[in-house]
Design a binder for this molecule. Structure first.
Ligand code: Q9C
Ligand code: ZN
Length: 370
C-alpha cells in the first residue's frame, strides 16, 4: 500500500501539555509519526512518498477563512509581546454563557479581537492546540498528505494511507481543538465528493469522538459520518458524541455515533465496528475515508479501551471487506512503543496480507508489547 508522508510535521512539536491543570509530558508529539513511518518502512510493503501541494482552496471549502488566517499569523503575532513562551496557547475562551441574555444580534456583533491571546480563544476549543513557528506549515502539510492520499485512490488505488500529523478530526469549520488544526479527513472527503459527484462515508475509529467532522457534515446527506468512540460522559470532547446526535436537515440520519464504555475489549469493539460498517453498506458510495486512531489501544496513556495489536489487523480486514476503496488517514494514538506495530497491522489487514507481527527482540522492540 502506498503511504503519503511529509517531514513538515517535525516543526510542530511540544514538550508538555496540561490536563485539568496538571502539567504532563505532551502526548501529541513528532515521535508518533516517525514511529509509524519507521515500522512501515521496515515492513517493506509500504512505499513512502511525499504529498503534492494543493493550496488553500480545499481547506477553505471546509474551514472559515478567518480560522486559516489565524493559524498562519498567530505565532508571529504573539512574539510582539516580550514574554518567552514555548508556544501560544489559549487561556480565555468565549463560552456561550458569557453572552447569556444578549440578543442574537448583539451576540453576532461580537468580533474576533486583535490580540493573539484573544484570537486563540476565539478560534479554539481547548488548551491542546499549541501554536509554534512550524505549526501552520505542519498543518498545511497534513492536509496535503490527506489530499494526495485521496488523489491516489481517485486515480485507482484500492487503498492508500496518509500519515497525517497533526491530526484533524476535532477541528470544526471555525474551531481548532484537541491537537487538531485543519480537519484532514473532512477536507479529503469534501474533495472526493467534488471530484466524483458521489456520496462518501467517513468511518472514524479514533478513541475520541470526531466532533469537528460531525459538525462540518451535520447538515449534509452526501457525507455519512460513523464514529466509534469513548462515551463523552467520561471523555473529551465531552459535549458532543452522543448516540442521539443523528444530523439535521439534509443530513438527518447521516450521522451515527456509537459511544462505548471504559474497558471496551476486542470482541465488544468488533461488534460495534460491524454495526458501523453495516450502516455504511446501507448507503451509496464507492470510497470510504477512515479516520484511524490507535488511542483505543490497551496501553494508551489517555484512553481506557483494551484493544490489542492483533485486533487492528482484523479491523482493517473488515473495513476493506466493505468492498469500497479506502482513504486511510492517521488521527490519534499516543502509546508510542506500539504505534508502528498497530498501524502496520491495520494496514496489512486492509490489504488482505497476513498479520505476521515482526519478531520481538526485547520489550517493545517490534513496536508491540502484547
Ligand atoms: N489539554 C486526538 O486523539 N484532551 N485528540 C487532552 C489536553 C484532548 C485527543 C488534554 C484530547 C484530544 C486526535
Ligand atoms: Zn483521539
Amino acid at each position: 500500500m502506498r503511504v503519503v508522508y511529509s517531514p513538515a510535521h517535525l516543526a510542530h512539536d511540544v514538550v508538555t501539555e496540561t490536563v485539568m491543570g496538571a502539567v504532563i509530558p505532551a502526548n501529541e508529539v513528532a515521535e508518533r509519526a516517525e514511529r509509524i513511518r519507521a515500522a512501515l518502512e521496515a515492513d517493506g510493503g509500504f512505499p513512502v512518498e511525499p504529498p503534492t501541494e494543493h493550496g488553500t482552496d480545499p481547506i477553505l471549502a471546509v474551514h472559515d477563512a478567518g480560522l486559516v488566517r489565524f493559524v498562519e499569523e498567530a505565532w508571529r503575532e504573539s512574539r510582539i509581546q516580550a514574554i518567552a513562551r514555548p508556544n501560544l496557547t489559549a487561556d480565555t475562551f468565549p463560552t456561550f454563557r458569557m453572552f447569556e441574555g444578549m440578543s442574537p444580534e448583539a451576540v453576532a456583533a461580537i468580533a474576533e479581537t486583535r490580540s493573539a491571546g484573544g484570537r486563540a480563544g476565539w478560534w479554539g476549543l481547548d488548551t491542546a492546540n499549541p501554536l509554534q513557528a512550524g505549526t501552520y506549515g505542519a498543518a498545511r502539510a497534513a492536509v496535503d498528505v490527506a489530499l494526495t492520499t485521496a488523489d491516489l485512490v481517485l486515480a485507482g488505488e484500492r487503498a492508500a494511507y496518509g500519515l497525517c500529523r497533526p491530526p484533524g478530526h476535532h477541528a470544526a469549520r471555525s474551531m481548532i481543538g484537541g491537537y487538531c488544526f485543519f480537519n484532514n479527513a473532512a477536507i479529503a472527503a469534501e474533495a472526493i465528493v467534488r471530484a466524483t459527484g458521489q456520496p462518501v462515508a467517513i468511518l472514524d475509529v479514533d478513541y475520541h469522538h470526531g466532533n469537528g467532522t460531525q459538525q462540518i457534515f451535520w447538515r449534509r446527506g452526501d457525507v455519512l459520518y460513523v464514529s466509534l468512540h469513548a462515551d463523552p460522559e467520561r471523555q473529551f470532547p465531552y459535549f458532543l458524541g452522543r448516540a442521539n446526535e443523528t444530523g439535521e436537515g439534509e443530513g438527518s440520519g447521516a450521522n451515527l455515533n456509537m459511544p462505548l464504555p471504559a474497558g471496551t475489549d476486542d470482541d465488544t469493539y468488533l461488534a460495534a465496528l460491524d454495526r458501523g460498517l453495516a450502516a455504511i453498506a446501507d448507503t451509496p458510495g464507492e470510497i470510504l475515508v477512515v479516520s484511524l486512531g490507535f488511542d483505543t489501544y490497551g496501553h494508551d496513556p489517555i484512553g481506557d479501551f483494551a484493544l490489542t495489536t492483533a485486533v487492528y489487523h482484523e479491523c482493517g480486514r473488515r473495513a476493506a471487506g466493505l468492498g469500497r476503496r479506502l482513504v486511510v488517514l492517521q488521527e490519534g494514538g499516543y502509546y508510542r512503543p506500539a504505534l508502528g506495530a498497530n498501524a502496520r497491522a491495520w494496514l496489512r489487514g486492509a490489504e488482505g496480507r497476513p498479520y505476521e507481527p515482526l519478531p520481538a527482540s526485547g520489550f517493545g522492540a517490534n513496536g508491540s508489547d502484547r
